[in-house]
Design a protein around this ligand. Sequence first.
Ligand SMILES: NC(=O)c1ccc[n+]([C@@H]2O[C@H](COP(=O)([O-])OP(=O)(O)OC[C@H]3O[C@@H](n4cnc5c(N)ncnc54)[C@H](OP(=O)(O)O)[C@@H]3O)[C@@H](O)[C@H]2O)c1
Length: 329
Amino acid sequence: MRAARIVTCGEPPVVAECPDPEPGPDEPLVRVLAAPITPLDLLCASGTSYFGTPATPYVPGVQGVGRVAGASDVGTVADDGRLVWFPTRAGMAPGDGSMAELARVPAADLVELPAGADPVAVAALGLSAVAAYQALTWRGELAAGEQVLVLGAGGAVGQAAVQLARMHGARRVVAAARSAAARERAAEAGADAVVALEPGDDVAGLATRLTAACDGPVDLVLDPLYGIPAAAAARTLRPGGRLVNLGGSAGETSPLDSSTLRGRSLRILGYTNNELTGEQRAAAMGHVASLALEGRLHVAHERVPLTDAPAAWHRQSTGTTSGRLVLTP
Ligand SMILES: NC(=O)c1ccc[n+]([C@@H]2O[C@H](COP(=O)([O-])OP(=O)(O)OC[C@H]3O[C@@H](n4cnc5c(N)ncnc54)[C@H](OP(=O)(O)O)[C@@H]3O)[C@@H](O)[C@H]2O)c1
């Protein structure tokens, strides 16, 4: 099969022919139709993540969409008809991921998708939308009528969060994003107001602009950025308001001041998909896929042939994408 493989940590994958994986008794092969390139894939392949340095070479890709291959059909790549989304531990634990023509996946991890689901659109949403959904509703306890502020709203997590917050009862959704293109994506996702995040922002100045875009104190902040945006967003919260952090795209630390935190009895919460049980993850992914099929949930994405994986990987690492890049083997 053809696969993208990380040969040297910190460098883009190399596309090459390599042996087909062998199916196991409870590990069918999946013929991959779509595999997104996400920040987590790059983090794992950097060799410097908290998961440790992966053994190389390995096939990256922590998730994908494909069709389950029939037991005797691997050579001809026929399938058993089931369209599935699947997670992998590629880069976090030994084993290969989704950026290949075939992937071996534990049967228990397969999430069957509704008939008619678009593999590329579902792959683009994937774990980013699962994180947005679970962080808003489960960790963030979003209640009907609340005002939600979504940071990094032009990314996949952010676009999904804007749409999901609205669907789950938010009365007003304010977005903040960096580039003009990201702000446009946030507006297309349905934000009531979009605030620009500027390179020279300080906490007080950004907090003033965010506050001006809100119609009173914010109940819940969804934060994939941390850094200065999170510290500024905390100042928009009502007493007892919640901020859920699920990423550090703007900084590994944040100048969140104690007076804001204690003065308003804020709840600063962390979220990771890795804490979900398999059942929770499958239920959330099923919800995401159903909404996508109904045309109610979508993130900007671009389809890229697997052979162009190295260039696409480089684009994701330099932030020069116009949405989620999805490899199509
Ligand atoms: N905890 C979890 O389970 C979980 C799950 C999924 C994702 N995440 C994390 O959430 C974050 C976002 O993921 P994603 O899938 O949305 O990624 P993505 O689609 O690649 O989007 C990243 C977004 O972050 C913005 N950004 C990057 N650096 C920034 C900075 N310094 N200041 C402001 N904005 C910045 C980019 O803005 P521009 O468009 O302007 O470049 C882009 O819109 C990542 O850190 C990812 O690791 C966590």
